[in-house]
Design a protein around this ligand. Sequence first.
Ligand code: ADP
Length: 160
Amino acid sequence: MKRIAVYPGSFDPLTLGHVNIIMRGREIFDKLIVAVSSTIAKDYLFTISERVEIIKDVFKKNNAKIEVDFFEGLLIDYLHRKGASSILRGIRTVSDFEYEYQMALANKKLDESVETVFMMTEGEYSYLSSTVIKEIFKFGGDVSNMVPKAVVSYLVKKLK
Ligand code: ADP
């Protein structure tokens, strides 16, 4: 049986922390679907299609076992549509843990065959979040060692 996992997130925009989880995640699954979620509640810098385009661009030469997509509605329903059995998520801090714990239990309640797999951030990425990057960039700071090279160009274009 093929092991398909979904890595859902806002990815607004993709950071080197996300890239690290994707690279490690694809080692343990046959296919990893990076799925941009469209929560209306949040205020995003990039549209869903821009976020999908950015991730596709970053992985265009290195896309073995990776699919990039977006979804609306319940994550569990999306997993069913894609024939996926696992959810991949990254953990940085204790506050990440609390949120992730709740989501994992809720998803388990909706479908007990689905497993959420957590990966700890690697030390050098532990402080990285899309929010921090947007803040630094907005005030003219250098984010070139926090996001993939292509993402810097998308940020420049967006905030010009
Ligand atoms: P969401 O809005 O769903 O939290 P994010 O794009 O912020 O979307 O994050 C997607 C996933 O990636 C989450 O599981 C988050 O904990 C994880 N993640 C984000 N940044 C890092 C990082 N620097 N190291 C490890 N995991 C990360």
